[in-house]
Design a protein around this ligand. Sequence first.
Ligand SMILES: [Zn+2]
Length: 313
Amino acid sequence: MAGRAGRRPSAQDQQRHARGLLVVTMVLVVALLGGVGALSALVVAGASGEADSQVRELPTIVEPAAPEPEPEPEPEPEPAQDDTRAAELALDPDRQTDWNYESNGEKIVYLTFDDGPSKNTGRVLDILDQYGAKATFFVTGHEPDYRSSIKDAYDRGHSIGLHSMTHDYDKIYVSEEAFFADLEQVGEVVKEQIGFVPYLTRFPGGASNTISANYCTGIMSALVEDVPARGYQFYDWNVTSADASGNNVPAETIVQSSCVEGYTNIMLLFHDAATKTTTVDALPQIIEFYQERGYEFRAIDRESFVCHHGVNN
Ligand SMILES: [Zn+2]
């Protein structure tokens, strides 16, 4: 064996050695390639991870907006209340209402303003707000420039009623057809402002007027039946402010005529027109008179006292 160490490597040994080197080299190459592969896999993984996180980032930007629809259910009660109020005041020919034709003994004043809107409506609304008083406006088709006051009055809690489109006695009282055509026209004017046609009406001149006899005998007798039959209700008045007796009637005269003792359900007639500035001037004193005596000021609705005049034509 000792001699074997000193002998020259045989061709077989050299071949074996070369094979060994080849194996080692191959192992190294495989290891190296494996390392590079693993490294590149890591780099690819890293890159794709980055790409993934970029892709994932999009929804994280979008996501915060998604929860927004949740708080929305809250505002619902408000439109519901508006809908209820509108439904109560809307014309509905199929609806049966238990009207209250007798005074119920409550100290209530129904302030009513005919013939508006006008340049004075805004002042009237401000005074009513100042005293926390509600009223009713029986409107016409006059003064298109002030029609937004109809919506303003309604939005501030007042009732809107139909008076007349033209207010021309010689047109509206010639026939029932002419009367209802005019009434439906002003109904559309109001609907444009508040979204519905109200059931409340007031005859020009009141149900007791005799002027209509000049154009059609018996028309008021027919209308006091047919207006309610079509789902409307008409409201006359039991106290007048006397502001229709002329233009610019002194405020003191209007106050004296409007302030009465001993009534319980007062339906008080005023006019809302450009020429009725003294009516507006008189209004605070009239409201104070009734407030001092414990009266409330309410807008007319289906629960309210219904005041009807006797018919004279
Ligand atoms: Zn009138």
